[in-house]
Design a protein around this ligand. Structure first.
Ligand code: NAD
Length: 438
């Protein structure tokens, strides 16, 4: 029998190859995240010793989610919950229901949550979850059973002081209510703090529904001042008109900006004079998509990236802005509402073309900031009014963005690398203070 190899000195120093499941997807969102980490390591000084920790999720859970379907058959769905890093506090991050969700995508999303939570300095680590399901193909009853079984399966690692899920693509307040109820039934007491993004009547926070879009808008306004861009006369293109894109689009529209193009899964619409945003929001609520909206031109999806605009807001899925279209974008500023919408290659092209990118890890942090407020309110059972929540949100977003802007100037790096510098230093500093157990 051959003996196990003795670890080499380099292995002891933490430079041995990553486990196979972390290497499986060199491309894709997880590969993009790894490249982003590599770009920040030269700026970490002595904390760089701990950097490997950022490339390895702390805990990965893959679960089988079997349910009875309405037609009497049994269907199995694949579910995930990944806790990327919990050095700064409990894991925190949304749950995505989508037919294309994969483990490596959830790993990337959980890692970006670690960076984001540290960037705005809320006391959370990073986590994310997902189920491979297209919610449009199941009934409401089936969706509830999928949600409840998934929550039971991941119940061994979530909890108000362990890991707190929230909404993401295709999940909403109702899904959070089912998750909260299932966890509470299993533990024997009502536990509102186990998820955020709940209905207000169940311990949810005022302002949470709009929080991510409001944060996108807030950092957009701050950044626009630095590049002499007048928001009130700007032209904006939005990809994804759900929770994030819809709210951000509405807030820009309310300042006088023209929303000239919107794309969602149902197609792309365009109007040079600006779309009627309140009517579009009603249309999407009634029909589920921007498709068929009157008073707008329908254009090919590919043309969205060439639309004449000043600001582009990707607020749908990952890798939408890539090497193939980054060179065609006309906007002066991109505000990442989505997580991971820009690949590292596209980042380089945009930087070369002097397009300012406000990265996801700061631009869409408004949602988790108000999730933090919700969690605090649940613990104290004392609820704040919406004006107070919005004022605190705007203050945190402005301060965090100002800090990142300064680091970008000091280090002569992009805002993405600057945000990673701020966040990774915070994460690795706590890692160092805590030391290795045992
Ligand atoms: P949502 O489900 O409310 O909306 C998603 C939108 O994306 C919809 O308009 C949908 O039609 C569109 N879309 C889906 N596939 C598309 C495609 N192939 N092409 C164009 N559009 C497509 O989801 P959301 O909560 O608004 O999340 C959107 C993005 O923002 C995701 O990347 C999510 O991770 C990120 N995000 C969400 C929050 C939050 O609080 N909800 C917080 C931070 C980041």
């Amino acid at each position: 029998m051959s003996q196990a190899p003795i670890p080499s000195a380099s292995a002891a120093a933490g430079t041995h190859p990553l486990p196979s499941y972390l290497q499986a997807d060199k491309l894709g969102p997880w590969g993009n995240y790894l490249q982003q980490v590599d770009r920040v390591i030269p700026h970490l000084g002595s904390l760089g010793r701990w950097a490997e920790t950022l490339k390895r999720p702390k805990r990965i859970l893959v679960v089988d989610v079997p349910i009875n379907m309405d037609d009497g058959t049994i269907a199995h769905f694949e579910g995930y919950r990944v806790q990327h890093n919990v050095s700064r506090g409990p894991g925190k991050g949304g749950v995505r229901f989508h037919q294309d969700v994969t483990l490596s995508e959830v790993m990337a999303l959980s890692a970006w949550m670690s960076i984001k939570n540290a960037a705005v300095n809320v006391p959370f680590g990073g986590a994310k979850g997902g189920i491979r399901v297209d919610p449009k193909t199941v009934s409401q009853g089936e969706l509830e059973r999928i949600t409840r079984r998934y929550t039971s399966e991941i119940g061994i690692i979530i909890g108000p002081t362990k890991d707190i899920p929230a909404p993401d693509v295709n999940t909403n307040e109702q899904v959070m209510a089912w998750m909260m109820d299932t966890y509470s039934m299993n533990t024997g007491s009502t536990s509102t703090g186990v998820v955020t993004g709940k209905p207000v009547d169940l311990g949810g926070s005022l302002g949470r529904r709009d929080a991510t879009g409001r944060g996108v808008f807030t950092v957009g306004v701050e950044a626009a001042r630095h590049i002499d861009l007048d928001i009130s006369t700007s032209r904006v293109a939005v990809q994804g008109f759900g929770n994030v894109g819809g709210v951000a689009g509405r807030l820009f529209h309310e300042t006088g900006a023209r929303i000239v193009a919107v794309q969602d899964h149902g197609g792309t619409i365009y109007r040079e004079a600006g779309l009627d945003v309140p009517a579009l929001i009603r249309h999407v609520a009634e029909t589920g998509s921007v498709g068929g909206f009157p008073n707008a031109e329908v254009i090919a999806n590919e043309l969205f990236w060439e639309v004449d605009c000043d600001i582009m807001i990707p607020a749908a899925l990952e890798e939408q802005i890539n090497a193939a279209n980054a060179g065609r974008i006309k906007a002066r500023m991109i505000i990442e509402g989505a997580n991971g919408p820009t690949t590292p290659e596209a980042d380089d092209i945009l930087q070369e073309r002097n397009v300012l990118v406000l990265p996801d890890v700061i631009a869409n942090a408004g949602g988790v900031t108000v999730s933090y407020f919700e969690w605090v309110q649940d613990f104290s059972s004392f609820f704040w009014d919406e004006a107070e929540i919005n004022a605190r949100l705007v203050r945190i977003m402005k301060e965090a963005f100002a800090g990142v802007w300064q680091v970008a100037q000091d280090h002569k790096v992009t805002l993405r690398t600057a945000t990673f510098i701020v966040a990774c230093k915070r994460i690795l500093h706590t890692r160092q203070l805590r030391g290795l157990y045992p």
